[in-house]
Every structure is written in C-alpha cells, then in structure tokens.
Design a protein around this ligand. Sequence first.
Ligand SMILES: Cc1cc2nc3c(=O)[nH]c(=O)nc-3n(C[C@H](O)[C@H](O)[C@H](O)COP(=O)(O)O)c2cc1C
Length: 376
Amino acid sequence: MIFDNTIHAFEDARRIARRRLPWMVFDYIDGAAGTEYAERLNRDLLRALWLQPRILKNVQHRNITTPLFGKQAGLPFGIAPMGMCNLSSPKADILLAGLAAKHKIPVGVSTVASTSLERMIELSQGHAWFQLYLSGAMEGSNRLVARAKASGYETLVLTVDVPEVGRRPRELRRGFKMPFRIGPRQFIDFACHPLWSIPQVMMGKPEMANFGGEHGEFDRTESRAAATWDTLAQIRDDWKGNLVVKGVVSVEDAKRLHTAGVDAIQVSSHGGRQLDGAKPAILALRDIRAAVGPDMTLFYDSGIRSGEDIVKAYAMGANFVFLGRPFSFAIAAGGARGLTEMTDLLADEVSITLAQLGLDDINDITSDVLAPNPNI
Ligand SMILES: Cc1cc2nc3c(=O)[nH]c(=O)nc-3n(C[C@H](O)[C@H](O)[C@H](O)COP(=O)(O)O)c2cc1C
C-alpha cells in the first residue's frame, strides 16, 4: 500500500515520518541515549505485560475521561513536553495546543519550545503546562517561572532527570545542535527532503521561542548539575499552583518527593534519552505506587505506543499518562490530519481494550487487569 498514508498504528506514523523528515531531525526525535537499550526496554516491557481478558459483561457504554487536578480530562492521555517541536513541522506547537484545547488534555510546553509559553497557554485555552529546566544560575529559571505565573499557567512541571544532557550518538553523528545550525551536511540532508524543507524555509528556521532579545539566551548543553532538594524547596515555596516533578524512577526519591509537598510525580526515564542503563520506567511505576500508596498522584511517560500500553500504565499505578514521540511523528507524517488520526486511534484502542477487559470505565482499572507473567 505505497500510497496509503493513513495512520492506523504508531508504526505507520514513524514509518511515514522517517520518509519525510531530514535524517538529522528524524534521529533527534527517534534517538535515545547510548545504545538505546533503555528506550527499547521501556517499549518491550510494556508489550510484555499481559492483560487478562474477561467475558460477558455489559460494556456497551464506555468512559475514557478521567479527573486531573480537579478538572475532567477528555482523554486519559496528554502530550509530553518536547523541545523544538516545530522541527517536525512548522505548525506542530499550534496543532498540539489546538488538540489540548479540543480534548481538554494537557500539552507540555518545554523550556526550549519553538512557540513562546505565553502564546501556548492562549492557544491551548489554558490547557498548557509549563515544563521547566533549571538553569545553572537560578535567575533564568526564576524569570521563566515568573512569566508562567503572569501568563496564567496553573501547572509547572519541573524536569529533574537532566543534570547533564544525555549523550545521544545519533544526534551527535548528524551534527544536531540547538540553536539550530545549518552546515553543508545538513544542507544536503534538507535538499533531499523537500516535503519538509520547503514549508520550513517559508516559515523561517525553528527557534527556541522562550529566549532571545530581552529574555536572554539558552544553552542546551549547560550543566544543571547544581540543582538540589533545596532548589526544589525554593520552587515549591514560590509556585502556588500544581507542581509536578518529572523524571523519577527511584522509590527513595519518590518517597522524599511525597513528603516535599509536590502535587504529582511523573515517573519517566525521558523516553530513554538520558541514561542507557536506567531502570525501566514502567517497573519503577509499579514500585513507586507500592511505596507511596494509593493517594499520591502519579503520572507516567516513556515508551507508550498504543491504547493497550496506556491501559497497562494505568494498571501499573498511573493516574494519567503522557506520550512524546507518537505525537511528533504523527504531525511529521500527516500534519493536522496525522495528529487527529493518532489521537483518535489511541482513544479508540483504549476504549476497545476496556471492552476486552470487561470494564466500562478507565477509572476502574486496577492491577487486577494484568495477568501474572512469570517472565516479569
Ligand atoms: C524530541 C523530544 C524532545 C524532548 N524534549 C523534552 C523537553 O524539552 N523537556 C522534557 O522534560 N522532556 C523532553 N522530552 C521527553 C518527553 O517529555 C517524554 O519524557 C518522552 O518523550 C516520553 O517518551 P516517548 O517519546 O517514548 O513517549 C523530549 C522527548 C523528545 C522525543
């Protein structure tokens, strides 16, 4: 089916995106730390979890909406923060904000987003969550937090698993840099991918829109290694809205965060982009849920590729789930249409999975939907 560009499953989006994107951009999105073992393991372990089908229950009417920070999210999954989203397509951020507004789901706005945080909260009709990378000196971070407050953000996501940016060999081989630089190799790469390059040239090179001019510059490779628990306490003091700490896979850290007054923990290994040998995030989720008890709000991301994966993450203890690469590839593959197809297919898969499990409400998922797998 050479000419069928419909997205029926995640792998369709990735395959079409791979064809359209310059090699450098594809490798930036798809790549991960080291040998990419952690990235694969996240996906493999999710797949290896067994679901327990149940029969003869009335599951005609099914609910996949779920409570999230006092509101009702229209879908049980949201959009993880991704830096420089507009590399997948010049309108990516705008499309993601529109999706968030339509379904009342969160869209993460990265510190290094390609659309300003002020514009994203407006476009998403209040559904944007601002993701903060701590800068070496706290002044830059404090300024960003002040801007998030002033523009009406209710939720701040503090990413803590990037004391240093992980070494991602595929990015290094392609000469990927932020801010974006175009040398002879990139020029040839872009010339070979006109479906991507022409719109990008027309719209101007993607920028880190939260920086520049009066807002100063951002250095992606700058060490953030000086941040400590005191830094977190300072941010907690300063930020009265919802505070999410993202990038946690340690039970000890999660217990400490529980008492540090954060509103939610996002269990994540950054999609395998930081530490090749990291403990698989999905197993960390199960262990952290067991340690912090049922009341702490836990979010999950890393390796989710289908509605079944989403259901499995809920069964392992998540209250809400985020995806990164699937949205990026969907936009690269098919723009607004691609994004709608990906979102609809995930929602549909969640709903069908519930039916197979004999459930009519995503909020009724417990670990009982998992069948014991002797290999895990
Ligand atoms: C291209 C790309 C850029 C990312 N940029 C950020 C970022 O700026 N801040 C952040 O907290 N996480 C960032 N992440 C990590 C995602 O928020 C999320 O943890 C990860 O993508 C989830 O894994 P998945 O892609 O397998 O769904 C990025 C991920 C990708 C793929």
